[in-house]
Design a protein around this ligand. Structure first.
Ligand code: ZN
Length: 510
């Protein structure tokens, strides 16, 4: 067993050494985390408010998603989508671009006056010598108009569009109105109408001014659309009775990474849950800790459920105010938080909840702050195997994520001949132990693993047949006791997971 084990690992690492995948990375920047400031209370009622005043970080909820080529640094491969444009967002994005060392991107992009597929002007001088000169440098200001390639708007509440008028004025002050320089703004049709109405009533802008500057792209919920290299789908979001019906959340796919930008919703009436399953990053807007549907938003209590339901291992919390949690003070039996908490306090409340509920280590929920950065390498060529590291780490236990619904855990204890199988979906958790596992190799490199029920004090447990059908990328699992099926389902696996599982079977049972 040991020698074939070693040999297999060697073969695997050899086949992996060539053909390194691309060097592109996905970056998410949290530009701001605040709800409408009127919903924060004041210094007397809210520690959270006092904390915000002190930090000076007062930007409304927004994030940026970039893709960047870490190797070539050409502009072709860079792309920046901005999500929502409430108060303070322009300033925060400018700071972000400079923090990320993307001034070059900014100035050259502006210089080149083109949009999605520009090539950099060779030898063009860097217009920015120091990041802080950004606003004072008039030469730059006349060019530096493209902070992002596309703007996606979740809904038309003020705290999500407030800076739009600023951006238009800025754009308007630049003489060149080439169509390529228009701001590409994506939102639902209703949202667009509200934005127009809002801009016309709140600012001195005319319909003409607006149309010269913004190129609106209508988003239809439940339909995938492309923005540059990104593939995106919007789901209609119910944002409370007092809200208009224009709200959506966005699921963003880029380089085989999935990011959910989900704030300002109470429920998602038509969402396809399999598309929400297993994101790399989930960003959730939660107004309070305890449930307060009157805010039109989910609470952190509900975020705990969504994180499990969608198997979101990393979740950022934004849009927290906590003010409504004060209502629970009148209930003497209430044991949860009854005040707006500071970020640190909120974080430790979340951490201890995860610990108690046993989800610690599996799910990370982070109270996001303005300026926070999340990065991942793009999974560009989905090779049969992801990396040397993963392969050589295959041991006696494995965790597999299916394409839909399930997370599986298999643990093999050679010494006592036992096999443990845990199958979890968003409702159920099966935790079963079997004995004497035997692997059979069938036609077309398919495998079947048989194991018997564990003998207990009074009765024998159910038996297991687990079949890996490679052509279909399916793992068929039958757990039966006599004639009764305890668990029976065909579980769809991605290529990577299927190959990992095959290696696991070979290394452990062959
Ligand atoms: Zn809102």
């Amino acid at each position: 067993m040991t020698s074939s084990h070693d040999k297999n690992i060697k073969n695997l690492s050899q086949s992996l050494s060539d053909d390194q995948p691309g060097q592109r990375e996905v970056i998410v920047r949290i530009n701001g985390v605040l709800p409408d400031k009127r919903r924060l209370g004041n210094q007397q009622t809210s520690e959270r408010y006092a904390e915000i005043l002190q930090s000076g970080m007062e930007t409304n909820t927004s994030c940026s998603i970039f893709i960047r080529d870490t190797k070539q640094n050409t502009l072709d491969s860079d792309f920046h989508i901005l999500f929502d444009l409430g108060e303070g967002v322009i300033g925060s994005v400018e700071k972000g671009l400079s923090d990320l060392g993307m001034e070059k991107y900014l100035s050259e992009r502006g210089h080149n006056q083109s949009n999605l597929h520009s090539t950099p002007a060779i030898g063009s001088p860097l217009l920015l010598s120091s990041p802080s000169s950004n606003t004072e440098n008039p030469a730059l200001q006349s060019r530096d108009i493209r902070l992002f390639d596309a703007l996606l708007i979740s809904h038309s509440h003020e705290d999500h569009i407030n800076d739009l008028s600023k951006l238009i004025l800025r754009q308007n002050s630049i003489a060149d109105h080439a169509p390529m320089n228009k701001i590409r703004a994506y939102c639902t049709r209703t949202c667009k109408e509200y934005i127009m109405k809002d801009l016309l009533s709140r600012t001195s802008l005319t319909r003409n001014n607006i149309e010269e500057c913004i190129d609106f792209q209508v988003v239809t919920p439940n339909e995938f659309f492309n923005v540059g290299p990104f593939s995106i789908i919007a789901f209609q979001a119910y944002h409370g009775i007092e809200s208009s019906d224009d709200a959506v959340i966005y699921v963003v796919n880029i380089l085989n990474r999935k990011i959910i930008v989900g704030w300002d919703f109470l429920s998602l009436p038509e969402a396809n849950e399999s598309i929400l399953w297993n994101p790399d990053l989930l960003i959730l807007g939660t107004e309070t800790y305890n449930q307060h549907p009157e805010t039109g938003m989910i609470s952190i209590t509900e975020a705990y459920d969504l994180v499990r339901r969608w198997n979101a291992k990393e979740c950022y919390i934004v849009h927290y105010s906590g003010l409504k949690d004060i209502d629970e003070r009148s209930n003497q039996w209430f044991r949860g938080p009854v005040k707006p908490m500071s970020s640190a306090e909120l974080q430790s409340t979340i951490d201890s909840h995860l610990k108690i509920s046993g989800a610690q280590g599996k799910f990370r929920i982070i109270v996001a702050e303005e300026g926070m950065i999340w990065t991942r390498q793009g999974n560009e060529n989905l090779q049969p195997t992801t990396s040397d590291k993963v392969e050589s780490e295959i041991g006696s236990s494995i965790e597999i994520e299916s394409l839909e619904r399930y997370v599986l855990k298999v643990e093999n204890d050679d010494k006592i001949g036992k096999l443990r199988l845990v199958i979890e979906d968003n409702i159920n958790r099966y935790d079963m132990v079997f004995e004497n596992p035997k692997l059979e190799k069938g036609k077309d490199n398919n495998y079947t693993l048989y194991a018997l029920g564990e003998k207990g004090m009074l009765a024998k447990g159910p038996d297991l047949v687990l079949e890996l059908v490679k052509d279909l990328s399916v793992l068929k699992i039958y757990v039966t006791k006599g004639r009764k099926a305890i668990f029976h389902d065909d579980i769809l696996l991605g290529k990577n997971e299927m190959n990992r599982f095959e290696q696991y079977l070979i290394l452990n049972f062959e």
